[in-house]
Design a protein around this ligand. Structure first.
Ligand code: SF4
Ligand code: SF4
Length: 240
């Protein structure tokens, strides 16, 4: 997906509709260069009933950022089928209920800024007008806030904002390249959450009894504690 952003406020409206009736149906799921957040990996692996490790191996490509050393996870695609998403079908998205945040957000993009005075976060939105997309033709008008709600984005934004805070902290405290065991632990704690859970289960990764019980039975607790763990381990930061 490409195009120049036009900024839009959360209460402002835009007109957009998407569906199989559009001539461009599924085209936005090809020629893909889509990054995945930890919560995307968790949701998709649960939907497919496989472990996060299997999901990463079967459906993603992980590369290491040149200057940051951070793992970047994206869908595995092939030039043989026009770099199509592994989950696109003739009928549309095969994982629609658990599609990633970026798929839900399109045609909007979302960014955060932090106040230097009180540290509060502000959301910013922009419309991405992709030339291949016919969604703006005869689209239904609704506010950005209604789009966020309708697309089930609140939970994704909440989880993904924690990841963005972690990356921002890394850039402040360890601006160089993350390498070796630090990089491997970052990748496991953020993306291979079932491997992290196994480490907690066998005691390789230490938590107190209550935290351990929560991590073993609840995916929200797993993701929350794993991000806190890597944050403290690498940056010695206080718990969020
Ligand atoms: S209208 Fe836009 S978002 Fe919907 S299928 Fe077409 S290109 Fe994709
Ligand atoms: S996950 Fe679904 S909506 Fe997202 S790119 Fe793949 S097929 Fe398209």
């Amino acid at each position: 997906m490409s195009g120049e952003p036009q900024y839009i406020g959360i209460k402002e409206s835009f007109a957009f509709s998407c569906g199989p009736e559009k001539a461009c149906f599924n085209q936005c799921c090809c020629d893909l260069n889509q990054f995945l957040y930890p919560y995307d990996v968790l949701r998709l692996s649960r939907a497919l009933k496989i472990s996060t490790g299997e999901f990463l191996k079967l459906y993603t490509y992980i590369y290491c950022g040149d200057t940051t050393g951070l793992p970047v996870v994206s869908f595995m695609t092939s030039a043989k089928n026009n770099h199509a998403c592994p989950f696109v079908t003739e009928k549309g998205c095969a994982v629609y209920e658990d599609r990633p945040a970026a798929c839900r957000m399109f045609p909007l993009a979302r960014a955060l800024s932090r106040s230097r005075e009180d540290g509060s976060l502000t959301e910013h939105f922009a419309i991405i007008e992709d030339p291949i997309c016919e969604g703006f033709i005869d689209g239904e008008s609704r506010s950005v806030a209604a789009w966020v709600e309708n697309q089930g984005l609140s939970i994704y934004n909440e989880k993904n904002d924690r990841m963005m805070e972690l990356i921002s902290l890394k850039q402040q405290m360890r601006p160089g390249r993350l390498d070796g065991d630090d990089r491997k632990e970052f990748e496991m704690a953020c993306y291979d959450l079932d491997a992290f859970r196994e480490g907690v289960a066998d005691g390789t990764i230490a938590f107190d009894a209550d935290e351990k019980a929560a991590i073993l039975k609840d995916d929200d607790a797993l993701l929350g504690h794993s991000i806190t763990w890597i944050r403290e381990r690498l940056f010695g930061s206080h718990r969020a």
